[in-house]
Design a binder for this molecule. Structure first.
Ligand SMILES: Cc1cc2nc3c(=O)[nH]c(=O)nc-3n(C[C@H](O)[C@H](O)[C@H](O)COP(=O)(O)O)c2cc1C
Length: 274
């Protein structure tokens, strides 16, 4: 039975299946029983609302997906008033994903979330579809959030193909209780000889990236005891089992939701028999 409860720091999930940030909307609640899931990571929020990058935001390639959404979101105020209460109706752990363009923005968001007694955050320091206006290191951001936030901190790493262990060590030292490995990979594709996205390079996700992210999960799990949440190309039950085998505690389902919004609940059911 692989659908057993999992502990991630102080956080207990009823099973290892989590919806990945930015890959679903409220409509998914009409399609599956969200109470079945271990957790849900909501769309990354910034302090102020953001329109995101110019369209298009998403493109299906031969083997995966490219996205250039650029943290399009409602902003913190509306998130707390409208979005969070919607997800809190379900009996699953809600993980609030936060992003910022400067050190100060991360700190302001954290102070408000602490006041509102939010219990779990995933810090997105890994989005490649934005330009940070500030060169403040992720380590400084995480360690200062740690001082202000009493709940569970998950840090979502960028897929640093040179050595993900350096990023992992830095996040753990700064206070991460869990790591999400990883975000999308830099990708570029042309249509009729022209780049699809205005920023040219976009985030590559989907089944094609699974072996890349598997390698990173394995590397980090060999070196550190910090719980790992895998995020990268998991499309079915076997993919989830593969991630659990190489050291992940839980697995996020992302782009797979685009083709089959019922897939995460199906995986939870199938894990009962594995
Ligand atoms: C359209 C789209 C939007 C995304 N938005 C976010 C986001 O706001 N915050 C974040 O941390 N990750 C975001 N991601 C990354 C996913 O959460 C996930 O980490 C990544 O797509 C890899 O997993 P997958 O191959 O299963 O999709 C987004 C991915 C896609 C495809």
């Amino acid at each position: 039975m692989s659908n057993r409860p999992v502990k991630i720091g102080n956080l207990k999930l009823k099973n290892p299946i989590i919806l990945a940030s930015g890959t679903f909307d409220r409509g998914i609640a009409d399609k599956i029983d969200l109470n079945k899931l271990g957790g849900i990571v909501t769309k990354t929020i910034t302090l102020k609302p953001r329109k995101g990058n110019p369209l298009p935001h998403i493109f299906k390639t031969k083997y995966g997906w490219l996205n250039s959404v650029g943290w399009k979101n409602l902003g913190l105020k509306k998130y707390l008033a409208e979005e969070l209460p919607f997800w809190q109706n379900f009996k699953t752990e809600i993980i609030t994903s936060i992003g910022g363009f400067s050190f100060e923005e991360y700190i302001k968001i954290t102070k408000i979330l602490e006041q509102k007694k939010i219990k779990i955050i995933e810090i997105d320091v890994s989005c490649m579809n934005i330009d940070k206006s500030d060169t403040t290191s992720d380590k400084k951001i995480i360690s200062n959030i740690r001082k202000l936030f009493s709940g569970t901190i998950i840090v979502k790493l960028a897929p640093d193909i040179i050595d993900v262990c350096d990023n992992a060590k830095s996040a753990i030292t700064a206070g991460a209780e869990a790591l999400t490995i990883a975000n999308t990979y830099p990708g570029l594709e042309l249509v009729n000889g022209k780049p699809i996205f205005s920023r040219k390079i976009a985030g590559y996700s989907g089944g094609a990236i699974k072996p890349l992210t598997m390698a990173m999960v394995w590397k980090v799990s060999q070196k550190f005891r910090c719980p790992i949440i895998a995020s990268g190309g998991a499309e079915n039950t076997q993919d989830v089992l593969d991630y659990l085998t190489v050291g992940a505690k839980a697995v996020q389902i992302g782009s797979a939701n685009f083709l089959n919004p019922k897939i995460s609940a199906k995986i939870v059911d199938e894990l009962k028999r594995r």
